[in-house]
Design a protein around this ligand. Structure first.
Ligand code: G3P
Length: 217
């Protein structure tokens, strides 16, 4: 499973990219607003930090303007992926942009039927939102399971990009189900490495090593 980080904070992206564990970045208008920066400038900087796919979302809701915005955004860098909303205009734009050879990420997916439509529109990625379904007492992970079955039934190439991830358990369960990508907030991504028994074990090893009085270097 690939790891994308869900943020427009370039300091966080640099830190994670340096670990070698980062495969790409997703942004959305809310994350760009939170960064307080100019959209195109921040996308350009993110694309200079990582060679992985970087999702940049259109702001328009009608087909013609979405296409114009997408054509502007793809000029920023080769690894820009156009993020489009799961609407009829968004799907139509997805079909056009895919036909033109661009990568697309269809976002705000909350049902298996929506994911089926995105695959038929040729989306590179589909973004089902786990946390927001859990927030309204539905089962976000069940949606990932359903999409996995449907995409495998028909050999769709569209990759499942599990989004709105809130916990380490979400990440583990997405990997078990077989999501292709998980896009994870920076703190949750960094938190995946932590285990109290790792910390305790390391502390004991270091204490015992000190008792030997030895040095490797
Ligand atoms: O970028 C889309 C998605 O990951 C947003 O997550 O936490 O705002 O529901 P969240």
């Amino acid at each position: 499973m690939k790891f994308f980080v869900d943020t427009a904070d370039t300091a966080e992206i640099k830190e994670l990219a340096a670990t070698g564990l980062l495969d790409g970045v997703t942004t959305n208008p809310s994350l760009v607003a939170k960064s307080g920066r100019q959209f195109k400038e921040v996308i350009a900087e993110i694309c200079s930090i990582t060679d992985g796919d970087v999702s940049a979302e259109v702001a328009a809701t009608d087909y013609d303007t979405m296409i114009k915005e997408a054509r502007e955004l793809v000029k920023i860098a080769n690894n820009v992926v156009i993020k489009l909303p799961l609407t009829l205009d968004g799907l139509k734009a997805c079909k056009t942009l895919t036909g033109d050879g661009h990568k697309t990420n269809v976002t705000l997916c909350f049902s298996a039927n929506q994911a089926l439509l995105a695959a038929k529109a040729g989306a590179t990625y589909i973004s089902p939102f786990i946390g927001r379904l859990d927030d309204i007492h539905l089962d976000g992970l069940e949606l990932i399971r359903e999409i996995r079955v449907i995409y495998d039934n028909y050999d769709f190439d569209t990759q499942i990009l599990a989004a709105s991830i809130r916990t380490a358990n979400h990440v583990r369960d997405c990997a078990i189900i077989g999501a292709d990508v998980a896009t994870v907030p920076p703190a949750t991504l960094k938190g995946l490495v932590k285990h109290p028994l790792t910390d305790k074990g390391l502390e004991a090893f270091l204490a015992d090593w000190a008792k030997t009085g030895q040095s490797i270097l």
